[in-house]
Design a binder for this molecule. Sequence first.
Ligand code: NAD
Ligand code: MG
Length: 391
Amino acid sequence: MRTLAIFGATGSIGSSTLDVVARHPDRFHVAVLAAHRNSAKLAQLCVRFRPQVAVIADPAKEADLRDRLRAGGVTCEVHSGMDALRQAAADPSSDTVVAAIVGAAGLESTMAAARAGKRLLLANKESVVMAGELLMQAQREGGGELIPIDSEHNAIFQCLPGERPMLAEIGVRRLILTASGGPFRGRTRAELVEITPEQACAHPNWVMGRKISVDSATLMNKGLEVIEAHHLFGASPDTIDVVVHAQSLVHSLVEYVDGSVLAQLGNPDMRTALAHALAWPDRIEAGVAPLDLAAAARLDFEKPDTQTFRCLALAFQALRAGGDATTVLNAANEVAVAAFLDGALPFLGIAEIIEQVLEELPSQVVVDIPTLVTRDRIARDTAHRCIGLRC
Ligand code: NAD
Ligand code: MG
């Protein structure tokens, strides 16, 4: 029986995780459920899954969560705040942590799970972009397994032999990440001037949270994933390629020196990656419809348009710059995306703000997590200032 701690339980990945878990009550027990401030939804999940511990990040929502749990007859421990999140990630009541908080807010709990040697099911890509080296070091020292949930990285993991070998030693030439191209694939810059948040969040193939949906529309999501692949698989930037594949059926590929290219295919449904990682090395039913290749009929591939979608180029630039440039990139992107969703920044302004912040804050050597957290805050302040100056 695997015991699970699910961070970001009320989100899109959290819901998909719990859907898979509910199909296998003999295999999985939910020990910890954690979320940001949606106490009503978190309480509902606690009534259904009966964890030992519930954590709500926003302390102002703790009393409401307690009331709802009492009314629902749930007697679990209730905690709130960032420290509680960190402690719950390391708590021995679980052996597996699903890191599905969105954004840099997930860093501390993801790090705590890695240090504690948990099986880490990693969806929170921003923590890797922000602190990849330190996270991978913590995971090695903690001695636990890290299984990527991001569909591209999960696909690559599935196409590599063993748990996480060094690529050069096993004849890997290239990692090829597929990108759907998002809702605006094929458009010119002029056609992107008036884009609204609703249009940006209407992804053609995947149903996801709003932040990652905007990232997919700007192609920053693919940029973050290139950085994620670099850290998770030890791949240099020159050995990571991106190809646009509008159908989102090929989730990524690994090219070997002998010319073989291995791919993982499936319908675009995150439950496949989650079921794979939850049960690994076993395979379990995920509730995902079988892939009907004849119905799909075609698989198309094209080069990404990095002139129009500059965020992908900016991510490669930050990765090549090294040090904490990707921390700065991530912070600027989070602020710019939030401003776009609030109607305070046009769609094309997202890349402009990130570029300005990267220019203002040249890369520094990575020291430790507190230094990166400070750097993240400075980059956020800089991004806010740049957005303010545009108005
Ligand atoms: P979402 O917006 O649907 O859910 C986010 C979750 O994070 C919620 O449960 C929320 O309560 C929690 N959260 C937000 N801020 C928090 C804070 N300060 N403290 C504690 N909890 C907080 O997002 P999502 O689409 O589920 O994405 C989650 C992560 O998974 C992101 O990093 C995303 O990039 C990654 N991811 C998502 C998908 C997908 O299909 N949705 C695919 C690949 C990777
Ligand atoms: Mg992905």
